[in-house]
Write a protein that binds this ligand. Structure first.
Ligand code: DHB
Length: 502
């Protein structure tokens, strides 16, 4: 938005009444109305900022569910006075796009009133943190796997959530001239299923695969590629995640998990623990043997050019590479005063991490999931539910689980839907615009998916010349947004990188 039109807006816009701001959103009009806001004071760690809150903006003309296909947009008030925040102005401020998705479940737009979705109790208010640093924040909701309409049809199965996030991006770009912030600097953020969708959003920019679904929703006519991706513990590459899990937890038969269920946006956690049965051990063995062939088919190389392969037993340079990431993480923690010597498998000498025994380390972690970790044979996983249809609650999405299904009449998701949920389908692919910058974090204590999954994503990006900031932070379980100072420092750095150096 130009400074002049912003200042004009500021002069003409009075504070509007709460009633007006909370009236039912008008879906048909995709033009952003800068005058339609409420002022909010945001206070964090003794710092205060006044923002204009544009809430429940429906981002498609023909919503299926207007409470979910909506976003909350927050703009620092200073930008309407022609002021700067740090290096940013109303024209240059990047747009931070934190999706709220967890568990591939329905997500309401993100709000200043705190995280509505699963996560640790003291999860930071990422939206407030971004606003204090001068970002425009657009926090979209999205449909999820359990949504049903009045007729009982499912309305949020794959690929609904990614279609919705793309529609949100299109809305922001369509309205770039009417809104503070630079829609060519959209930085997506998400955790777990939300991390997977963040990566998919960054990979699949402008792909024609999503066009029919976007058109059906009445998405704004604009591009949907984004500038950068932040993904925490992305639960992605689902069709290979079962094999990757068994490769990592090879021989680990004890499981200790948390079963999470969500009802009406309330999260319930239940501890489950046990030992794999003989049948499950047989499944584990069958799945783990699939992984080397898949991994080798990717022809991955380390940043220094070494071929990262695996032998038939699952050993070799790729495993060594993952181990080196863990060693680097442990060393960094040790140097930062977080002792690592007591962790199973870590070989420490004179405060230096000499080695990590991978098998001992993963045994110490214990597995969280039973095989197959994602495409459950009883169709009971969240991912089975994700791959349902309007009329079918849950489907398989791998050949292996279909062949071994315990459910009579179970079916498998069509290849195109599975493809459309995997960012790897779009990296370097014709017809897709990939985000320029990537930051991927997956905690070294995260057992929700294999370390191989984010590592494959990061290596694929690197091989295609995309800068990737990737790490497995030490001791960190399945979670996100735990290092916001570093995240925002990264964003500052990438938004300063001239186009020629990308
Ligand atoms: C999430 C966690 C999982 O273990 C999974 O399989 C899918 C999603 C999540 O936290 O979003």
């Amino acid at each position: 938005m130009s400074l002049r039109s912003l200042l004009t807006t500021a002069a003409t816009a009075g504070a509007i009444s709460l009633n007006a701001a909370h009236a039912a959103p008008s879906a048909a009009d995709l033009n952003f109305d800068a005058n339609h806001y409420v002022k909010r004071e945001v206070e964090l760690r003794g710092q205060r900022i006044t923002v204009r809150a544009y809430e429940n903006i429906v981002y498609v003309a023909k919503p299926v569910d207007a409470s979910l296909q909506a976003m909350n947009i927050y703009v620092p008030d200073a930008y309407f006075r022609g002021e700067r925040i740090g290096a940013f102005t109303a024209e240059t401020a990047p747009i931070f796009l934190p999706n709220q998705v967890g568990g591939y479940m329905p997500a309401r737009p993100g709000s200043l009133d705190g995280a509505k979705m699963p996560g640790p109790p003291n999860r930071p208010n990422t939206i407030a943190e971004a606003l204090l640093r001068g970002y425009i924040v657009a926090a979209p909701g999205a449909r999820g796997r359990t949504n049903q309409n009045a007729e009982g049809r499912y309305t949020g199965k794959a690929p609904a959530a990614i279609v919705d996030l793309k529609a949100a991006v299109r809305y922001l770009r369509f309205n770039d001239a009417r809104m503070p912030g630079n829609a060519e600097r959209i930085i997506s953020n998400g955790t777990s299923a939300g991390g997977a969708l963040s990566a998919l959003l960054g990979a699949s920019g402008n792909s024609a695969d999503f066009e029919p679904a976007l058109r059906a929703l009445g998405a704004a006519p604009a591009r949907d590629d984004i500038f950068a991706v932040s993904a925490y513990c992305p639960i992605t590459n689902l069709e290979h995640a079962d094999a990757a899990y068994e490769w990592q937890f090879d021989g680990v038969h004890d499981y200790k998990g948390i079963s999470i269920s969500m009802l009406d946006f309330k999260v319930e956690r239940k501890e489950v623990a046990g030992t794999l049965t003989a049948d499950q051990i047989a499944l584990s063995n069958a799945l783990k043997t699939q992984f080397p062939a898949y991994l080798n088919s990717l022809a991955l190389r380390s940043p220094d050019g070494r071929a990262l392969t695996l032998d038939a037993q699952g050993n070799g340079p790729f495993k060594d590479y993952v181990k080196r990431l863990l060693i680097a993480s442990a060393q960094q923690a040790q140097a930062a005063g977080q002792p690592v010597g007591a962790t199973a498998g870590v070989k420490l000498e004179d405060a230096t991490v000499r080695d990590i025994d991978f098998a001992a380390y993963v045994r110490g972690m214990a597995r969280q999931k039973t095989p197959p970790a994602f495409d459950a044979l009883d169709l009971g996983s969240g991912e089975n539910d994700l791959f349902g249809t309007e009329q079918v609650k849950a489907r398989h999405f791998t050949e292996f689980s279909l062949a071994n299904s315990r459910i009579a009449g179970a079916t498998r998701a069509d290849a195109q839907t599975v493809r459309m949920m995997n960012p790897l389908s779009y990296l370097g692919a014709a017809g897709a615009t990939n985000a320029a910058f990537w930051r991927i974090r997956h905690g070294a204590a995260d057992r929700d998916t294999s370390f191989a999954i984010p590592t494959i994503l990061a290596l694929t990006l690197q091989q295609q010349g995309r800068p990737v900031d990737f790490a497995l932070p030490w001791g960190v379980p399945h979670s996100g947004d735990y290092d916001l100072d570093e995240l925002f420092a990264w964003i500052t750095q990438i938004t300063r990188t001239p186009a020629a150096e990308r």
